[in-house]
Design a protein around this ligand. Sequence first.
Ligand code: 6R9
Length: 648
Amino acid sequence: MSEQTLSNLSREDRRFEPPAALAAGANVKEEAYARADADREAFWAEAAERLEWGQKWDQVLDWSNPPFAKWFVGGTLNASVNCVDRHVDAGNGDKVALHWVGEPEDDTRDITYAELKDLVSKAANALTDLGVQKGDRVAIYMPMIPEVVVAMLACARLGAPHTVVFGGFSADALASRITDCEAHVVITSDGGYRRGAASALKPAVDEAVAKTGDLVRHVLVVRRTGQDVDWDDARDVWWHDAVDAASSEHEPEMHDSEHPLYVMYTSGTTGKPKGILHTTGGYLTGTSFTHWEVFDLKPETDVYWCTADVGWVTGHSYMVYGPLANGATQVMYEGTPEKGRWWQIVQDYGVTIFYTAPTAIRTFMKQGREIPDSYDMSSLRLLGSVGEPINPEAYVWYREVIGGDRCPIVDTWWQTETGQIMISPLPGVTAGKPGSAMKALPGIAADVVDDEARSVGNGNGGYLVLKEPWPAMLRTLWGDDQRFKDTYWSRWEGLYFAGDGAKLDDDGDIWLLGRVDDVMNVSGHRLSTTEIESALVSHPKVAEAAVVGAADDTTGQAVCAFVILRDSAGDGGEDIVEELRKHVAKEIGAIAKPRQIMVVPELPKTRSGKIMRRLLKDVAEHREVGDVTTLADSTVMDLIKDKESSAP
Ligand code: 6R9
């Protein structure tokens, strides 16, 4: 672990006690830790009781074949019934589920639980008419519009696992995901609004579908922007034709607790994305319980807003499944963070709980506090952070400027793989330390260990591991049990290795220090170096490429690439850097665009041919270059540094 990071993290030593009123009325109190320690399974069984089950389980946890867990074995339930029908049946049909705010001003829609139930039922009937059956996979590639939530819940209702692909990803990325999970139906829209303009989505779907042979039978298209689209009569179906015409009566089937709910692709250390599989009973228990616990949700009075895009796991667990299973009223916003728009929404809807990422906070910090200061945000009572370590400076700014110095901050550590929040303060219990995610939640067993899997003890750094199974844990990688074992469970016997470095401070509180593998975290989005390197190398002028994540004030990490051009490319021409940045955006998506590309004559490699990215990271972060003794040719770094100092 870098010592520099550690000392930066601990410079701020203020502690923030929970507000007295919140502590007194908190959903989860201190005693929960001991209760969960005494009987972990009983603790999670009680959390599962908060859901509506068709049939109760016979066994809480089956861990007889690790690392393949089964939770609530023998139980049956339907995720969409839990997220929708249940609240209508309880007399809350008129309650607003979604305050949807479109990007164009005044384009808003409030959807009650009763309306959501009708929409989900109609969509489930429409999907059935398109041939979707229990167990079939459905790909979803959509902007942040209510129909994406409806589509996900309709799939869940049918027991057809969805795979939501972030709308910012390229046609290639979409095609590889459709292929990997063999989806026969894709749900999309003509386009969406981004930064004030309509931007098309359907052409990327057409391109992706063309690449997947005859796999995709139907594309269901929501009309959002009204822009022109190419149309294939045999394949394409308008949402407003199919869904509007369908019946709003749909008899849901109760699915097995371990029935697959969704597959979410995330970057791994090799080029091929991993399809993280989540199932139904444990996932819904883990997400709904932690949403209620960590955000201290009071469903009758709170207005909750998670700013994550639905294409990431945070959108799945803490915008769709967790909050809706809890019957929350929430805001859903189509756009990206623009100057005052978010704070206007907080003011207009009286948002009480706000959950966002450090990268957004740092962007707002750069723009100055005058902007948020001009809105009334006194409705806020709790703030959350997710996606990457929140640096103390951003934490304190978030607390003071957005939270009016009265709202506790929950810094929540978790992953696509964990499904649910794992490490976080409890807002009514924990005195928060800026920059620390604090403790494993009740019922979760985390530790920081050294290379030999020994607990490092207070005051030391090492690797973050999880020691006991938890309800929303991934069950496997789609179609690849071996890779599941190799990736997460092979480093140490019986321990889940998260890929993050962490430190225990003198009080035993946990500080996350970023990824220890080659996965980058850019604005809270995970990107693998290998994936971007392959994209660069696929350009005809590029011979070799190495990519590192370099510290960045705004995005946490930024993509820095080092490329060697092919001889035939000469010097590549003066626009080569821009050409390559665009190429990466086209291959993977704009989020992967390198901040910096350096054309270099050589790359530092070990004798066995492995690129030593840590040395490149030193260059990208303008540090003294570290130990070069294992390089095949130690003069290479001098060549690269010369390039760096002559760069404009
Ligand atoms: C939910 C999500 C997971 C990786 C994870 C870690 C980083 C997430 C964090 C955090 C420090 C936090 N991460 N939350 N690091 N503090 N509160 O982000 O899932 O996209 O799979 O990323 O993000 O490195 O391993 P995912």
